[in-house]
Design a protein around this ligand. Structure first.
Ligand code: PLP
Length: 395
């Protein structure tokens, strides 16, 4: 079927919750994806920070195939070998002592919100309020759109759960002023991703940690987008010199296979008792095999070093374009999450990139966002920069 017919069939049968680009993708390998007409694109959107190791990574594909032929699913009523193996790897490589598995970022944040509430209920004398950040993004369930500090995601979905309060990101005084005798925790992204790629000032996350410690409340980091190597370390919090009490992950955990997780210290995790929370598919053997293989490649194949090296090169080259083209207002990010804020809306630039064979994302109306697989090379970055030069130079 020609691509145009596929798109018509898609519009007919798939619910219209996304405004989709006019392309139908069918295959991927490494940095490349192909459409149904056989045209190749270099993927600088990376499935929105999902395909950290590149598309169809052979080691992940092999692990999924082998596990599918061994044990696909059993209930969490039983101990599951692959789940125990992966939970051990996660805790050995992070601040956390315990892991709860689910299938997505929103579910991971739901679990974190419930754990914080239960902790407040049982350990903090009934405190229940969570402070989150303006301009944040935490998912699309009712609780996570409420945690999300952007009105546009909540519009039309009232009544919403109570007990959320918002303060500006990167403003420690506003946060300190917002804490009350009802506050049980603070939830934030260590780098605001969907909101426009905002990296906090040096020392902000440390100050938030100190405030939470002083008040005896929980600090929750949403690393759904910036975790799993995206910033050049396995987790973004590692670069701040502090650790949260709870952290959520999803997106690139299994390089495209759906996995989410909520990690916590023993102290925080102890608030959950059997029956308090559950997830049928969470930590299922197939997902765990994919996640284990992903982690193995990420920790052993120089992936993080490449992310740091190519990320620094990409940022430096974009900064040169900022000096050259008046239309670029700011270039910011860390590792391979990079935002380019423009003086005008970026939809046209994103479409032109697609026309020239490059998938790039946006973050809000004026920010171009690059989230390529962490295996991207400088030569591939140069190919995108060449195209960007031709687009921006024409303005
Ligand atoms: N948290 C953050 C920081 C995200 O960027 C996202 C998705 O973009 C989510 C949560 C929601 O994740 P999911 O779409 O897997 O539910």
């Amino acid at each position: 079927m020609a691509m145009k017919e596929w798109m018509e069939a898609g519009d007919k049968h798939v619910m219209g919750t996304y405004k989709r680009f006019p392309v139908v993708l069918t295959r991927g390998a490494g940095m490349s994806v192909w459409d149904t007409d056989g045209r190749e694109y270099l993927d600088f959107a990376g499935g929105l920070a999902v395909c950290g190791l590149g598309h169809s990574h052979p080691r992940v594909a092999e692990a999924i195939t082998a596990q599918a032929q061994t044990l696909l699913h059993v209930s969490n009523l039983y101990h599951i070998e692959a789940q125990i193996r992966y939970a051990r790897v996660l805790t050995e490589n992070s601040f956390a002592d315990k892991v709860f598995f689910c299938n997505s970022g929103a579910e991971a944040n739901e679990a974190a919100i419930k754990l914080a509430r239960k902790y407040g209920h049982t350990r903090l004398g009934g405190k229940y309020e969570l402070i989150t950040m303006l301009n944040s993004f935490h998912g699309r369930t009712l609780a996570t759109i409420t945690a999300t500090g952007q009105e546009k995601f909540r519009k039309g979905f009232a009544p919403l759960p109570e007990g959320f309060k918002y303060v500006p990101f990167n403003d420690i005084e506003a946060l300190a002023d917002a804490v009350t005798d009802k506050t049980c925790g603070v939830l934030l992204e260590p780098i605001q991703a969907e909101g426009g790629v905002f990296v906090p000032d040096e020392g902000y996350l440390r100050a938030v940690r100190e405030l939470c410690d002083r008040k005896g409340i929980l600090l929750i980091f949403d690393e759904v987008q910036v975790g799993m190597g995206r910033t050049g370390t396995l987790f973004a919090y590692e670069q701040s010199g502090i650790a949260p009490d709870i952290m959520t992950l999803a997106k690139s955990m299994a390089n495209g296979f759906p996995v989410g997780a909520m990690l916590a210290t023993d102290k925080a995790a102890s608030a959950f008792e059997p029956g308090d929370h559950a997830c049928t598919f969470g930590g299922n053997p197939l997902a765990m095999a994919a996640a284990l293989a992903t982690m193995d490649v990420m920790l052993s194949d120089g992936v993080l070093a490449n992310c740091r090296k190519v990320g620094a090169y990409f940022m430096a080259e974009l900064a040169k374009r900022k000096a050259k083209y008046g239309i670029i207002r700011d270039v910011r990010g860390k590792g391979l999450i990079i935002g380019v804020e423009m003086e005008e809306e970026v939809a046209g630039t994103v479409n032109k990139c697609l026309d020239k064979g490059f998938l790039v994302a946006s973050a809000g109306p004026r920010v171009l966002r690059f989230l390529p697989p962490l295996i991207v090379s400088e030569a591939q970055v140069d190919r995108l920069l060449f195209v960007l030069d031709s687009i921006l130079g024409g303005k």
